[in-house]
Design a protein around this ligand. Structure first.
Ligand code: SF4
Length: 63
């Protein structure tokens, strides 16, 4: 699983970082970044929760 954050949609609420801190981190610009290339299998459920909970729908699965 690969994911990306659309920087035009992200408003920096931090929900994804709280839900999956080993995958998402807020950058200095206040926009969430994906910090892994491939999401480890044991974090996929957390990432799916982040996708579902992102208020802007900014996180999507790549590929
Ligand atoms: Fe951005 Fe969505 Fe993460 Fe909030 S949950 S920081 S809007 S990507």
């Amino acid at each position: 699983m690969k994911v990306k954050v659309d920087p035009d949609l992200c408003m920096g609420c931090g929900v994804c970082e709280t839900t999956a801190p080993d995958v998402f981190q807020l950058g200095d610009d206040g926009i969430a970044k994906v910090i892994v290339d491939i999401v480890p299998a044991h974090l996929e459920a957390d990432v799916q929760t982040a996708i579902d909970d992102c208020p802007e729908g900014a996180i999507s699965i790549v590929g």
